[in-house]
Write a new protein. Sequence first.
Length: 109
Amino acid sequence: MAQKLDSLRHLRHDVVKALVECVVEAKERGKGIYIGGIVFSTMMKLLSKTTFSADMLYPASDAMKALQVLNANIMVLVAKPNLADYFLFLRPFDPQGIRRKNRVVGCMS
């Protein structure tokens, strides 16, 4: 396991280098940065490079933005308490619409 991690060190180095370059570029332009977006795109880039040996998503791409929105929606829905989980007789009625929203977002089949 340690050997595999060591063999991927250059990928992690490249991704972190790109992150630093992005922050420096924003600083030079006098622009603010959204830390959550940069961290998310960095993690996705690292995941795709590690898994597929290629950068599958570019930080400014529509696919990355859509993935960020999808991830945010999933996090909101997963964290929301569902009354039907506490009162089982409500489960068939889905009073808060959480199951329906989860299907729309893609959390449930």
